[in-house]
Design a protein around this ligand. Structure first.
Ligand SMILES: [Zn+2]
Length: 304
């Protein structure tokens, strides 16, 4: 079961198999909740198995052509469930089933908190898109070669925004600056933002923070289709690979990846420094009279 998944899915699988998901049944057992009954369907106690296998139409999901799973009654724990999936399904569909299991839990939490949830009828379609997007970002390390990357900025496809990011660390100063600039298919600046943070991180950590800063901005703005582009190969590789918890940028990368599902399309692109001049100038020429805007600060409009 050791396959690559987005960090939040891995975290969910770990909690589920450790039997520490705070379902109603679990909270009732620990005398934290007053009742164990499922708050969504009311048909049974809300165990993780009830939630994933039968609640709100999930039986139909597992019986659908993608899975053809029938015999579920013998499953008694999340661990059994994952084992059953791994025995019954080929690799791709096993991954899809894990993603869907995680999504069921996250949907359930959306309902609990009064937020919009993905309709379970559409969950296979949603999971397939999510998994394909994730897999397309998995890039074999051997194919990476600086020379193959572009050295000039190029506009995104129609309907997408390209977000260029950069960071600046003034020598000897206890702070660093991150920048982002979003441009459309015509190369027109839609929005830019710059922030200075206290602290002295290494360059790669600042670049990773810049990526997170841009994704948070994109989410706030409600942009749906984005390409995040930077000139720090280590950060872009980690984002594409789905994390690198062993390195110091892991925390930023994990945070970035947790935002990816909020976009209908989000990919990561590397460009050489010569193609990232505008973001670079924004980070290094700060402060401006304001920190953000849809018109570039005077003097920077000519940079690509
Ligand atoms: Zn239920």
């Amino acid at each position: 079961m050791v396959l690559e998944y987005p960090p939040k899915v891995r975290h969910f699988v770990w909690r589920a198999t450790s039997d520490i998901l705070p379902t109603r049944a679990a909270l009732f057992r620990r005398k934290i909740a007053h009742e164990a009954r499922c708050f969504r369907c009311g048909h049974a106690n809300e165990s993780s198995i009830h939630m994933v296998q039968v609640c709100c139409g999930m039986e139909k999901v597992w019986q659908a052509a993608a899975f053809l799973l029938e015999t579920l009654a013998t499953t008694t724990s999340s661990w059994n469930w994952f084992e059953y999936l791994s025995r019954s399904l080929p690799d791709y569909y096993f991954r899809l089933a894990i993603i869907i299991t995680w999504k069921v839990w996250s949907n359930r939490n959306c309902v609990l908190h009064g937020d919009a949830a993905t309709h379970q009828e559409n969950i296979i379609e949603w999971g397939t898109r999510y998994l394909d997007e994730f897999l397309s970002h998995q890039m074999p390390k051997t194919s990476l070669n600086r020379a193959q990357y572009s050295s000039a900025w190029s506009p995104p496809p129609v309907g997408y925004l390209k977000l260029n990011v950069d960071a600046a660390l003034p020598a000897g100063q206890p702070h660093y600056t991150v920048s982002m600039v979003a441009r459309n298919e015509e190369g027109v600046c839609i929005w830019w933002e710059v922030r200075t943070y206290p602290g002295s991180l290494i360059a790669e950590e600042c670049e990773a923070h810049a990526a997170l800063f841009a994704l948070q901005c994109a989410q706030r703005k409600g942009w749906q289709s984005i390409i995040l582009e930077g000139d720090c190969l280590g950060v872009i590789e980690a984002l594409r690979a789905g994390t690198d918890l062993s390195s110091s940028i892991g925390v930023f990368v994990d945070e970035c990846l947790s935002l990816v599902p909020f976009f209908s399309s989000c990919s990561f692109s590397f460009v050489k420094r010569s193609g990232n001049k505008l973001a670079h100038c924004l980070a290094t020429s700060f402060p401006f009279p304001c920190n953000e805007g849809d018109t570039l600060p005077t003097g920077l409009a000519s940079y690509a």
